[in-house]
Design a protein around this ligand. Structure first.
Ligand code: NAD
Length: 348
């Protein structure tokens, strides 16, 4: 009997609902049976319930264990998200951090691959960013300490460093990857980044078949634009991973091609690397492929490996043909047209 999946759905803000609709069309066309349960978080949840992350939404996300998520708007200078757990209060710097941390999704995995046929300024790359997303400078510990003075605390724990390093090496082992490179700034941040470097070096010894090296984050950026083919898996703390994700997306040609997943022990959710793109929202020209590729990662996670590969191959063919592309890829087609073309390719 065919398995039916129950998955939470967060449509998102800005271009979120447009690219989500496209993604759902593609998933439906594969014939996979999915029962979606819509969950409100962020702006929409605030409008409906007064809180950006109501406990009821968290409960549904936990019940279904897996979610597909559109991008959420986080306004500059917005308040942290406060969650109550009994007497305890937890502050998260943004709704995206709140989702990751409340669901224990400690690893943000972002595979970034060049697609043949698509012209880019750089040689073909195939890099996976493994980003720690529970601590670092995005711990929600930021405050005003006086007039004209503010501080943010960068939190690094051995436990989180070891956990994410193990995850990166296990990912390398499971996916035939050969090297893990840690990006850090341990020469300046000797206690925090120094701890990450030390912990990662210890864990790396447990995976002798996979090479481990490290680079200062500034040198890493330099190397990324000089010869990005030198990298395989990038192991990064929260903020460096955030920045390098967009850099890598630029190397392959568009933010619209950078998918991702947030993974923890019990729960996971999948989302594109890019944001809500308010500058093009409502125009029908957003590239849906990053979210579609994120859905493909989700299918892989659910054990639907053939379908996952089929979607990835379909996207590769669409990009190779270069007939129906959105403007970010120098095409002139709409989100709808790209979606229909992908569905046509998948049905052959
Ligand atoms: P962004 O990624 O939304 O947009 C950056 C640029 O890339 C814009 O020019 C945009 O038009 C373009 N772009 C992004 N996705 C695209 C797509 N699928 N197709 C075509 N073009 C695309 O980054 P931003 O402008 O810095 O952020 C906008 C909002 O999104 C902010 O509120 C930010 O906080 C939020 N954001 C959310 C997430 C998330 O939910 N995970 C991630 C990043 C940013």
């Amino acid at each position: 009997m065919k398995k039916r999946h129950k998955i939470s759905l967060i449509p998102g803000d800005g271009i979120g609902p447009e690219i989500m609709e496209a993604t759902l069309r593609v998933l439906e066309a594969t014939g996979l049976e999915i029962q979606w349960e819509e969950v409100w978080v962020g702006e929409e949840a605030k409008k409906r319930s007064g809180h950006p992350f109501p406990n009821d939404s968290l409960k549904v996300l936990k019940k279904n264990r897996v979610a597909l998520k559109g991008p959420l708007i986080v306004h500059k200078g917005s308040e942290p998200v406060m969650m109550r757990h009994g007497r305890e209060r937890l502050y998260h710097p943004s709704i995206n951090s709140a989702l990751r941390r409340e669901l224990g999704c400690f690893a943000n995995v972002r595979p970034i691959k060049s697609f043949p046929g698509l012209p880019t300024r750089y040689p073909p790359i195939d890099i996976v960013i493994v980003r720690e997303v529970t601590e670092d400078l995005y711990s929600g510990l930021e405050r005003q300490v006086g007039d004209g003075v503010a501080e943010a605390i960068k939190v690094t724990t051995r436990k989180a460093c070891e956990r994410i390093t193990n995850f990166a090496f296990q990912y390398a082992r499971d996916n035939g990857r050969k090297k893990v490179t840690l990006g850090h700034k341990a020469n300046v941040l000797s206690l925090t980044d120094g701890l990450f470097l030390e912990s990662a070096g210890m864990i790396a010894k447990e995976y002798p078949e996979i090479r481990f090296d490290d680079l200062m984050i500034d040198a890493l950026c330099f190397q990324m634009v000089k010869d990005p083919t030198a990298f395989d898996i990038l192991l990064l703390s929260n903020q460096y991973g955030d920045i390098l994700s967009d850099l890598c997306a630029g190397l392959v040609g568009s933010l619209g091609l950078a998918p991702g997943g947030n993974v923890g022990k019990e729960y996971s959710f999948f989302e594109a690397s890019h944001g809500a793109a308010p500058d093009i929202a409502g125009k029908g020209i957003a590239n849906p492929l990053a979210l579609i590729l994120s859905a493909s990662l989700m299918l892989n996670h659910l054990g639907e490996t053939d379908l996952s590969q089929k979607i990835e191959n379909g996207v590769a063919q669409l990009l190779q043909e270069r007939k129906v592309l959105t403007p970010d890829l120098e095409g002139s087609s709409t989100t709808d047209q790209v979606t229909s073309e992908l569905i046509r390719i998948l049905s052959h």
